[in-house]
Design a protein around this ligand. Structure first.
Ligand SMILES: [Zn+2]
Length: 229
């Protein structure tokens, strides 16, 4: 699932030339979807196909209730320091995910889609909270390994076309990355507050290059680590 960040009444970051982040996110998201669609390895869907507003809760609810193998949220960065530029990747931190897992175990009403084997264990052990937590913690550890590994593959491709703001994934507590049933990363494609970078980000050519770099990262990851999934 590709999630072009923001949309509608939520423009995301805006630079001093009036460029809105939401527009760049959508253009890169659609390009990525089109590229992935041409590959038999992937079945891409978007959280938004146009300039519509979708709350973060709605986005994460969809992920929690459906079978999404992997989520990529697309954003563009901003900073008061105009010289700052480059792409970065964000993944969820452990504290946030352990909190989400605890909340899920305590809140019996919330329905979350899990793969069959996980679902079976949870069903059979309805009142064994310790076991349920252990299973979900182990699953999260696997997801995080995947996120870190996949980020490396995407960084390899990004290096060929842009500067990296950070060489390793950053950890954060973000709503869009908080679904406990789905591995997910957020990509900041570049800074719209940097004059040269926003100039590039506006062009179809560069948007395509970014989308293609993400695609190649995904493809190489899944080809080299098919057993882990
Ligand atoms: Zn954003």
């Amino acid at each position: 699932m590709i999630d072009p960040g923001h949309g509608g009444q939520d423009p995301g970051a805006i630079n001093n030339l009036g460029l809105q982040e939401k527009k760049i996110n959508l253009k890169i998201g659609i390009k990525l979807k089109n590229i992935l669609q041409n590959s038999k390895m992937f079945y891409p869907i978007l959280t938004r196909y146009n300039d519509s507003y979708i709350s973060l809760k709605k986005r994460t609810d969809f992920i929690k209730k459906n079978h999404v193998n992997f989520l990529i949220s697309i954003h563009a960065d901003s900073s008061k320091k105009k010289y700052v530029s480059g792409a970065s990747i964000w993944i969820s931190n452990k504290i946030r995910m352990h909190r989400e897992i605890d909340n899920f175990i305590k809140n019996k009403k919330e329905k979350v889609y899990f793969s069959k084997n996980v679902q079976n264990i949870l069903k059979k052990n309805k009142y064994n909270f310790f076991l349920k937590k252990t299973i979900l913690d182990l699953q999260f550890n696997n997801f995080q390994k995947m996120e870190i590994n996949l980020s490396k593959y995407i960084f390899q491709q990004f290096k060929k076309i842009t500067k990296l703001n950070k060489m390793h994934p950053n950890y954060a507590s973000l709503e869009i990355l908080s679904a406990i049933n789905t591995p997910s990363i957020l990509i900041e494609t570049g800074f719209i507050t940097n004059f040269l970078e926003q100039k590039k980000l506006r062009t179809d050519k560069y948007q395509y290059q970014i989308a293609n770099a993400i695609y190649l990262g995904l493809k190489n990851y899944f080809q080299n680590t098919s057993l882990s999934f």
